[in-house]
Design a protein around this ligand. Structure first.
Ligand code: SF4
Ligand code: MG
Length: 296
């Protein structure tokens, strides 16, 4: 389990407040995730200056300046490598990466693959609203096949990507799911993800009332449930996979799978064995002028 640094003064939710106005549509699930993230950080006793929040491009990414903390807003689909690099440079800082379903399962899908298989010790929050909201309702890999969208009025011909089958095929060490209509559930899941030893994949089912007219807030509200409250054991991988993928009648949320036995990426780096300092603490200025002369 990842140790969150102990503090002498308790943080307050107001520390995460900024004056910047949110520009999300009314009813957008981003409001819920934004609120849950702040609550989770406070409940983990973290001040804004003690976390690194990394945002991909998308509607959710516009929240990067709506919260205090060290924040990064990167290139489309590239949030995982940045977040992993930041974490590996300073292992003392908890890192959360946020990405949409569009970028994470198309432009950045390769990074998701390597994020999971490397077991980087970061939390990845998938803003899963089933479309590219920022580009006004284009179909993503997770849009339901046949669903009419703005630039696909007849529905997309491609199969919907079976995202959870895909994630489980990568041998993840943590998979959870929550719904933007349930703040308490999101907070519980986020806290568990942030304390996980390795790469924590969190599927946040998010309402997008403007462009997603199939998996609506009402639809998700009716189908979601807390699988842990119904006795699901996150150690049971087979059951977790089943719950993650069989979503037709009910949608299982909560901590679906967790394996704390696998070392994370940094723990497997032989040159870092027994090092007590972080890479950022080892930065040194070196005079390379003699080397430079040899090259010219
Ligand atoms: Fe939210 Fe959808 Fe509006 Fe984007 S388009 S802000 S995801 S409701
Ligand atoms: Mg999306």
């Amino acid at each position: 389990m990842t140790q969150i640094p102990l503090q002498t003064t308790a943080p307050h939710l107001s520390e995460y407040h900024t004056e910047n106005k949110c520009t999300w549509c009314d009813g957008c699930g981003d409001y819920g995730i934004w609120t849950a993230v702040k609550r989770a950080l406070v409940e983990l006793n973290l001040h804004p200056w003690q976390v690194c929040l990394c945002y991909d491009v998308g509607c959710h990414g516009n929240g990067s300046d709506k919260i205090e903390g060290y924040r990064f807003h990167g290139l489309h689909g590239r949030v995982i490598p940045f977040a992993a690099g930041a974490k590996l440079a300073n292992m003392k800082v908890p890192v959360i990466a946020f990405g949409g379903d569009g970028a994470s399962f198309s432009e950045g899908v390769g990074h998701l693959v390597h994020g999971v298989r490397s077991n980087y010790p970061i939390t990845f929050v998938l803003h899963n609203n089933g479309n590219y909201g920022l580009t006004t309702g284009q179909a993503s890999s997770l849009t339901w096949q046949g669903q009419p969208m703005n630039v696909a009025p007849n529905g997309i011909p491609e199969q919907t990507l079976p995202s959870m089958d895909f994630v489980f095929s990568l041998e993840p060490t943590f998979v959870a799911r929550a719904f933007t209509g349930d703040i308490k559930l999101m907070v519980r899941v986020l806290k568990a993800a942030m304390q996980h030893r390795g790469f924590a994949f969190v599927d946040m089912l998010q309402a997008c009332p403007t462009y997603n007219h199939f998996a609506t807030h009402e639809y998700l509200l009716e189908k979601y449930y807390d699988a842990n409250a119904e006795g699901h054991d996150p150690n049971n991988r087979e059951q977790a996979h089943k719950l993650a993928t069989e979503t037709k009648d009910r949608i299982a949320c909560g901590i679906l799978y967790q394996n704390e036995e696998h070392p994370h990426f940094y723990e497997r780096l032989v040159p870092r064995k027994d090092k007590q300092t972080t890479l950022t603490e080892e930065v040194a200025k070196v005079d390379v002028s003699d080397l430079w002369k040899e090259m010219i």
